[in-house]
Design a protein around this ligand. Sequence first.
Ligand code: SF4
Length: 215
Amino acid sequence: MTGLNNKKNINKIQRYLDKNYPNVECELNFTNNLELLIAVLLSAQCKDEYVNRATVNLFRDFKTIDDYAEASVNDIEEYIRSLGLYKAKSKNIKLLAEMLRDNYNYIIPTTREELIKLPGVGRKTANVVMSVGFDIPTIAVDTHVERISKRLGLAEDKDTPLTVEKKLMSIFPKKNWSKIHHQLIHFGRYKCKAKKPECLNCELKDICKYNKLGD
Ligand code: SF4
């Protein structure tokens, strides 16, 4: 960085996020960890607000692991047709439910190693489920977290999401990992957007690579 090891910059970023996003949470709607898992899986390459619209009826009609496991892929597709990749997601949801029924005794695993064995569940999804569902500190690196980390010099442009995750975990204290994840997502969704970020009055512009490049 400019600031990868610059404590002053890191403190400034944390203070800014705490001031502007003090109590941010996951914006997906869910009432239990099965719904959380399904919603996070559905949110891949899809906005949370679209997922929330689709899950109103899905979660009304599918309550249990058996409901998904015993449904046909076509049945599930009908509920999520409005979402990108709905065919693959429907197939994965059914397979995932069958696996939870057959291999996990209907219990959603709490470890990353087990979660990523479930169809359609990658590291990012596993991290969100661990953090939001089980209160285990993780930093899930989605497109917003990756973009902002690079703009603010917390990671380098060439870094993979996994490298970004590791760098963020080394920069921020473990107790803040889950909070930072949500704060960066909100910052990315509503201010430091991919296109046309609101740089004019951004308090982080003096440490922002993107702003300095004048993109
Ligand atoms: S100056 Fe612009 S690009 Fe940089 S962090 Fe602020 S909003 Fe994002």
